[in-house]
Design a protein. Structure first.
Length: 322
């Protein structure tokens, strides 16, 4: 509701009845560069919001055009939620560790306190802390947690986390899903780390192409249909009985590093075949992948004909794969 006061000022009232004085700008330059600091800050927030919604508009509009989206933005936003992933995976027939999402001290302590239970804790989304003027960073990763490790109840309420039964695993699996095909790779970590990602970055993981159990493949394809994705990298843990346990999916997860550790699978050729296949194509990914160089061949080409050095400006931002 808009109201003019006796002094000529214009007020707008929010849903709770609180008045806010309107600021009438003369032009955009004034809004962003002149006036009180508060006006400039408000202008920056407005512009940031408009750019964010403009981005959403473009991404959603792509779904209405005759273009191939990998993945559709609506499916990407839907599946990039670990609670949705876990519920959908269970509904599609995958084995999922018992899970608690909570910041309730009582619930967390009760979950971890059950006799004989080994549990892990992980974040809903990766985060990086970096000290000012220091190259040192701290990264969130999955870790085993016991009741004795928990902080005070008040600290537990500061942010929710994901608590799960820990799978005592023989090895990990990184699965790459493309269209209607799945490719699984056993990741064996000599250090036996709970979270293999840090060790993979140091070259300490062994990669081996393995067969996907039929029931797991069926469940993954059902998961893809229900979520609307056509591509993704899934993580599983395999226990001593050979049971595959779903952990999570990154619908834009990295995969070329698999070829760096083991050239035989040629995941790069498979992806290029998948990416360029026309809708009318009847050929499988394996039939088309010979059209493209493998990562090993590409690296050999780079050595013979080095690409010109590209000047990349330094950035204050740090990025890591979820």
């Amino acid at each position: 509701m808009l109201k003019s006061t006796e002094l000529g000022r214009k007020l707008v009232f929010d849903e709770e009845g609180n008045p806010h004085e309107l600021y009438e700008m003369r032009d955009a330059e004034e809004f962003f560069k002149a006036g009180p600091e508060g006006v400039k800050d408000a202008g920056k927030k407005f512009a940031e919001g408009e750019y964010r919604w403009f981005y959403h508009t473009i991404m959603y509009q792509l779904e209405t055009l005759p273009v191939h989206c990998i993945n559709k933005y609506s499916a990407s936003r839907f599946i990039n939620n670990k609670s949705v992933q876990i519920l959908l995976a269970r509904n599609c027939g995958m084995h999922v560790p018992k899970t608690l999402f909570s910041n309730s001290p009582a619930a967390v302590r009760a979950f971890l306190g059950q006799a004989g239970r080994r549990s892990i804790c992980k974040a809903f989304f990766p985060h990086i802390w970096q000290k000012d003027n220091s190259p040192t960073v701290a990264v969130t990763e999955t870790f085993e947690v016991t009741p004795e490790m928990l902080p005070a109840d008040e600290v537990l309420t500061y942010a929710p986390a994901i608590y799960q039964d820990m799978v005592v695993k023989e090895f990990d699996v990184r699965m790459v899903f493309m269209g209607s095909s799945v490719y699984s790779y056993a990741l064996r970590n000599p250090k036996g780390a709970l979270d293999w990602r840090q060790d993979a970055g140091q070259g300490l993981v062994q990669v081996e192409s393995i067969e996907t159990p039929a029931e797991v493949e069926k469940a993954v394809l059902a998961f893809a249909r229900q979520s609307g994705i056509v591509f993704g990298s899934l993580d599983f843990a395999v226990d001593e009985k050979g049971q595959w346990w779903f952990l999570e999916i990154n619908e834009q997860g990295q995969f070329l590093w698999l070829d760096e550790f083991n050239h035989k699978p040629d995941i790069m050729g498979k992806f290029l075949a998948f990416l360029t296949a026309p809708d009318s194509s009847q050929k499988s990914i394996e039939e088309r992948q010979s059209l493209f160089p493998s990562l090993k061949e590409y690296r050999q080409f780079e050595e013979k004909e080095p690409l010109p050095t590209e000047e990349i400006p330094s950035s204050s931002f740090v990025s890591a794969e979820p």
